[in-house]
Design a protein around this ligand. Structure first.
Ligand code: NAD
Ligand code: IPM
Ligand code: MN
Length: 374
């Protein structure tokens, strides 16, 4: 198998801390499963501002375009609060999504049974939770024009952002949602605010037409975004795949992350269109940020980063078996009672980032050993 080109961008805050543990899982796969990665590491976000004055160098962008997949940590933090707006750490992530045209951000929210007690929601509501949010990630109000801050004649100012969606942008992300639903529970909920926004009205019309034309076998419902936020907490079991725009998807996925217990558990994949030679470019990252409040304390949960790496293996490298192995190892570690602070509940053993990462490796060892009798 040719080496898979993997660009690793750990970023800021807890990014490098949790990335280290994902890196150890990659080394384990090389050692135990005969997979070879061609890994390049680079600085991004605040770390790149400190070193080079910019959150994303052109050379990093070129490496990202040349890579088979990108494993991303997280960027940002109070240290860079005074950067000019167009040079803040988060620009790196937005430019990568925009310039690589990574338009489908898959954010699964799954309840691991052993974590049911860590959720602030009642167990009967979240048991069996398995929702996939497909968030449009290369358009909408994040990228629309006009934008900016203007000074008016009277000296006061106005800030402007514009939500723009084209038929093509809506169709391509909705197609991802319908295709995913076919492999899951065959239901898509399309979420917008068509009662207020023209971009939402077009969204609903385009999704409806695509459904009738190409996916009549999948069931489709529509929901207003504010109601969806409420329904996600009240009765998450009604959802299978949710497809929505960039900003609503950002909010709804943070909300959905609380259901299984913590932001520290939730991975994501941001995918582009399949290339003519069959590759699926993607950027994989936890949905959490750089967590400045706990950075440097060794307390961060590395599981979202490790699970993001599993998604990378599944979607960009077609290594389903290895992805499933990692996910099973994470479930095994949780079942053994180890908990980082964010998912702690009474009676469990509290550990830090490194012990949690080490436990995943030990679980992987155990799983492989139990498969191949000595
Ligand atoms: P955050 O996700 O960094 O943190 C929110 C809360 O969740 C904090 O209390 C944090 O300690 C906790 N948390 C997050 N990840 C955790 C983990 N792995 N283990 C344990 N606890 C965890 O959000 P924020 O504080 O609003 O943002 C901090 C910075 O991160 C900002 O600069 C923001 O722009 C940036 N950010 C970056 C990304 C990204 O790079 N993908 C995503 C979100 C936020
Ligand atoms: C996320 C983050 C980003 C977003 C920021 C850091 C640009 O919140 O990945 O969810 O808003 O998309
Ligand atoms: Mn977010």
């Amino acid at each position: 198998m040719p080496k898979k080109k993997l660009l690793v961008l750990a970023g800021d805050g807890i990014g490098p801390e949790v990335m280290r543990e994902a890196g150890l899982v990659a080394s384990w796969l090389e050692r135990e499963r005969g997979i070879s990665f061609d890994i390049t590491e680079d600085l991004v976000g605040g770390a790149a501002i400190d070193a080079f004055g910019t959150p994303l160098r052109d050379s990093t962008l070129q490496s990202a375009k040349a890579a088979d997949a990108i494993l991303f940590g997280s960027v940002g933090g109070p240290k860079w609060a005074d950067q000019p707006f167009d040079n803040r750490p988060e620009v790196a992530l937005l430019r990568l999504r925009g310039e690589l045209d990574l338009f489908a951000n898959l954010r699964p929210s799954i309840a691991f049974d052993p974590l049911i007690d860590a959720s602030p929601i009642k167990p009967e509501i979240i048991r069996g939770l398995d929702v996939m949010i497909v968030r449009e990630s290369a358009g909408g109000v994040y990228f629309g024009h006009p934008r900016g801050i203007e000074t008016l004649e009277d000296g006061s100012q106005r800030g402007i952002n514009t939500e723009v969606y084209t038929t093509r942008e809506i169709e391509r992300v909705a197609r991802v949602a319908f295709e995913l639903a076919r492999k899951r529970n065959n239901h898509v909920t399309s979420v917008e605010k068509c009662n207020v926004m023209e971009s939402g009205l077009l969204w609903k019309q385009v999704v409806t037409a695509l459904h009738e034309r190409e996916y009549p076998d999948v069931t489709l419902s529509h929901m207003l975004a504010d109601n969806c936020a409420m329904q996600l907490v009240k009765k998450p079991s009604q959802f299978d795949v949710i497809v929505t725009g960039n900003l609503f998807g950002d909010l709804l996925s943070d909300l959905a992350s609380v259901l299984p217990g913590s932001l520290g558990m939730l991975p994501s994949a941001t995918l582009g269109a399949r290339t003519s030679d069959g590759r699926l470019p993607g950027l994989y990252e936890p949905i959490h940020g750089s967590a400045p409040d706990i950075a440097g304390t060794g307390a961060a949960n590395p599981l979202a980063q490790i699970l993001s790496f599993a998604m990378l293996l599944r979607y960009s490298f077609d290594l389903e078996e290895d992805a499933a192995l990692i996910e099973a190892a994470v479930a095994g570690v949780l079942a053994s009672g180890l908990r980082t602070a964010d998912i702690m509940s009474p009676g469990m053993a509290r550990v830090g980032t490194r012990v949690m990462g080490e436990a995943v490796l030990r679980e992987l060892d155990k799983m492989v050993a139990s498969r191949i009798p000595a």
